[in-house]
Design a protein around this ligand. Structure first.
Ligand SMILES: [Fe+2]
Length: 586
């Protein structure tokens, strides 16, 4: 299990051992329902809060009594929108986040569902529900890249089965929101089904204008975490959306977004905070929900209001405020002891009535039985194959050719640029094109490949990466023979990121869990993340978040160009500019 986690020394009297029942004595409680700070005792019985009030009666004789007289007690934090597959996994992230106060996480099912299918994913949710913190799920209506098996996997029938599971709380995030404007009947049926089952519909309305947002609201989309300006957040709020204001490794927008509170003075009941999905370096250096809380208070948000945004507000959004999000009888005993409200990183963390962390250290690693049942070591590829140089060639019969290149203009957004290339020996040639690389997306089973050209990424000889939401293999490089060597290396590793130069591996990041995740703790992943940034920046990569570049290159919703199962695609015009090549048997 997790080698970074040390057993806490137990500064709170009696905190180093857990008893069935606990009395937290003398603390000042943040009551998120009334917005008051009240000096009261809390009796905990099992997983739940039994009593909150002046009495110090214990639930049973062997109750563990903790004196928290000089502490402020707040509910465990809730992240309402999180992607637990960003090189970390739900366990490694959960172990880190709970030390910082997060006791409930609403997670994206995308990668797990794509790789596991319905039944195994249900088992996976079930196994995670037994961990010391709570994992709930949002289930995707559609993938975020075209897939050969999409209709079958993302069917209304499968979704209905998942939505009936009590661990699934919403349909989301609907990245293909323009399809709702086009009256896509399948997505509309999924929204209606979700509403019938009394669950939420999480949006992903990036870039939607006011009139479009009106249609999305009318269709039943209820929230959005994609506002990148205060104006966008305000529009969504006014149209009836709940808004999750985001601070992530990719986008540091929270200070600006919070102007809707500090300047527009809006009601904050429908505002939540999230880190969405951030790089491991971000969580290691900045923190998680404790970090966004700190930003909110630094921006002048009243502390009690800020704490409500990460506790009761998300609980109410998911209709779970009788279970989580506040300190009251009957709720899960998810309680944080803080020095004071100005210091949101907890000194003590209780989750489901157990003391699980003290002074940012885990008391015990999560009792996870290992990953083999969910990501068997032989499951990365369905067959034995190896990449060949010609898989990465772009052939042409002319002497020169104008080709649609993908130009990165920030870590994730691209432009299409048609560029003239020389054709040498029947192949598109990059020799005179500094700053251009071949870019391919090749199927894990070697059945198809899409070949393209990227500019603005830097110059690498050959890099292969299985960290992307197509769950296929991205290959980037100036030399097809080195790209194929890098792809073969990640096939041997069964997932990961590899760069090869001068015939040797110069960067390697194994991701054995589905090709997107590691079982290493966040601290070690942060180191790999930093090494990747250092490596790529010395090869001319100009941005701050390369993992985000990889994850989104094959998607189907960000402008302007993407590389995916269909080919090199113009997203705005829904046009294939250069088609996929089927490789067949070889
Ligand atoms: Fe998201």
């Amino acid at each position: 299990m997790n080698s970074q986690n040390r057993r806490s020394k137990g500064r709170f009297a009696g905190s180093s051992r857990n008893k069935e029942n606990i009395l937290l004595k003398g603390g000042t409680i943040l009551n998120v329902y009334s917005g008051e700070l009240l000096k009261m005792n809390i009796a905990i019985k099992g997983e739940r809060i039994w009593y909150v009030g002046p009495s110090s009666d214990v639930v049973s004789r062997d109750t563990q009594v903790l004196d928290v007289g000089n502490k402020v007690l707040v509910p465990g934090y809730i992240d309402p929108h999180f992607h637990p597959w960003f090189t970390y996994n739900p366990i490694s992230f959960g172990e880190k986040a709970c030390c910082l106060g997060t006791t409930t996480i609403f997670c994206d099912n995308l990668i797990f569902y794509m790789l596991m299918g319905v039944r195994l994913f249900e088992d996976f949710m079930d196994a995670l529900s037994k961990m010391p913190i709570k994992f709930f799920w949002f289930c995707r209506a559609v993938p975020q890249t075209p897939m050969a098996t999409e209709d079958e996997l993302f069917s209304v029938k499968n979704l209905e089965r998942l939505l009936k599971n009590p661990l699934v709380q919403s349909l989301g995030e609907i990245t293909r929101w323009p399809e709702i404007l086009r009256d896509n009947q399948k997505i509309l049926e999924m929204i209606r089904l979700t509403k019938r089952l009394k669950k939420r519909v999480d949006g992903h309305t990036a870039g939607a204008k006011y009139e479009q947002l009106s249609i999305l609201s009318r269709a039943g989309v209820e929230s959005c975490h994609e506002s990148i300006s205060a104006k966008e957040a305000l529009e969504r709020l006014r149209l009836g959306f709940y808004v999750e204001l985001r601070e992530s490794s990719l986008r540091q927008d929270l200070s600006d977004l919070l102007r809707i509170v500090t300047e527009n003075r809006v009601s904050t009941d429908r505002i939540m905070l999230t880190t969405d999905a951030s790089s491991p370096l971000f969580y290691d250096e900045c923190g998680a929900t404790n970090h966004v809380l700190k930003i909110a208070m630094n921006e002048g948000i009243d502390p009690i209001t800020a704490y409500r945004m990460v506790t009761i507000n998300p609980a109410v959004y998911f209709g779970m405020d009788h279970e989580i999000g506040g300190i009251a009888p009957g709720r899960y005993a998810d309680i944080l002891a803080l020095k004071d409200l100005a210091h949101p990183t907890p000194e003590l963390v209780l989750s489901k009535g157990r003391i699980i962390a003290e002074n940012s250290n885990l008391i015990e690693s999560f009792p996870w039985k290992g990953w083999e049942a969910f990501f068997p070591s032989d499951s990365f590829s369905g067959r034995n194959w190896s990449a060949k140089d010609h898989h990465f060639h772009i052939a042409s019969r002319e002497k020169s050719r104008t080709f649609p290149t993908i130009r990165l203009i920030n870590p994730v957004i691209t432009r299409i640029e048609w560029v003239d290339f020389i054709i040498k020996d029947g192949l598109l040639n990059l020799d005179e094109k500094e700053g251009f690389c071949f870019l391919s997306l090749i199927n894990r089973d070697g059945k198809w490949v899409t070949n393209g050209v990227i500019q603005g990424f830097g110059n690498v000889e050959g890099l292969a990466c299985t960290f992307n939401t197509a769950a296929e293999i991205l290959a980037i490089g100036r030399k097809p023979e080195v790209m194929s060597a890098a792809v073969n290396r990640v096939l041997d590793m069964k997932g990961g990121i590899v760069a090869i130069e001068d015939g040797r591996v110069v960067y390697e990041f194994p991701l054995p869990l589905g090709g997107l995740m590691s079982d290493l703790p966040i601290k070690q992943l942060a180191r790999k993340d930093m090494e990747l940034r250092d490596f790529l920046s010395t090869r001319g990569y100009p941005y701050h978040d390369p993992l985000y570049t990889f994850i989104f290159l094959p998607n189907d919703f960000l402008p302007d160009a993407r590389i995916n199962y269909r080919g090199v695609v113009d997203i705005r015009n829904d046009e294939v500019l250069w088609p996929r090549r089927d490789l067949g048997e070889f």
